[in-house]
Write a protein that binds this ligand. Sequence first.
Ligand code: SF4
Length: 405
Amino acid sequence: MVKSIRRKTPTVEIGNVLLGSDHPIVIQSMTNTPTADIKKTLSQIHELIEAGSQMVRLTVNNDDSAKAVPSIVQSLRKKGIETPIIGDFHFNGHILLNKYPGCAESLDKYRINPGNIGKGKTQDKNFESFIKTAIKYNKPVRIGVNWGSLDQELLAELMHQSPERSAEDNKNVIIEAMIKSALQSAKYAERIGLRKDQLVLSVKMSLLEDMVNVYSRLAKECNYALHLGLTEAGGGIEGLISSSAALAILLHQGIGDTIRISLTPEPGAKRSLEVEACKTLLQSMGLQRFKPSVISCPGCGRTDTSLYQELAKDIKAHIKKNLPSWKEKYPGIEALTIAVMGCVVNGPGESKHADIGISLPGKTEEPTAPVFANGQKVAVLKGPKIKDKFINILEEYIGKFFSSN
Ligand code: SF4
């Protein structure tokens, strides 16, 4: 398993979640329902938590959403769900938090965007009011800078300092402004009285190279806990790949304490895909395990049936169906690795490297499928019931090697 050395950050307590370099990277997500619609919002929170989200953020943008927050949080807590709920505030957070103490009290963390809380002295006054509420209710705060809503006064000031610029210089000034905005706001919050271990920073940009650049520089300049995310990453395969690539580069350098993969969902699609994406990223990087891994080959001209494709799919479905009960019965089951391979070229080798694996026959090979467990050949399957026979062997293996009795 690849171990990255985490950049040292303080532990931030967010409800029952501990975030920082002494703790596993925390997966978070955000609802896209109107928060004032309590039923819909609760339903989506449940979906996200069931998928594995360890914190969920809600939009709090008006009176109705602020009024809805206590009911949403109480409903979760009554069901024994302690997942921290975070309020996402822009423009009027200082007003809503003061006007609705129930909302301020119920939330486990607040997010503020220093780029849209006012200008000049008003910005300071509003920011101070926001932070003082966080101090009053003992809540941590994320200072979330986003290049789409960057503090324009700060940006103009930095642009003014270097009037002769190339396009690349412009980008560097934006990056500098983002870092400055995050750090100046964090220092100001500390001067008001928030502790360093109550602060999380993010500096989100929408292009991979920019995001890696801005976070790498920010990471060198401070030791605040960092929330990683590529903003406006889009949807579908583009959103998944660009977010995963950007996050992977930073996580591999040990940068990042909590992650979100923001995806534009397909109409009607589940919001929880972003949570699945985070889990898959952390597991593929060897940073955390959530479920057994299935290693399968892409197939090529050596395979003339779709058997190995079907078997790989069926094994994944079998894992998905059985994982909740396996987790109860078989501690450490998440570490299991299963290989499903298409021919003799890499099949036996990969199967031997996995905990358990099957090498299906290629086009010109004898129609038999050797099964390997812990590097040893334990069976040779043939006939139409290969899938059922392999699943039986897999279940026996799990019972033998993961049972706590
Ligand atoms: S293991 Fe065999 S079938 Fe699979 S990709 Fe390699 S050569 Fe092709």
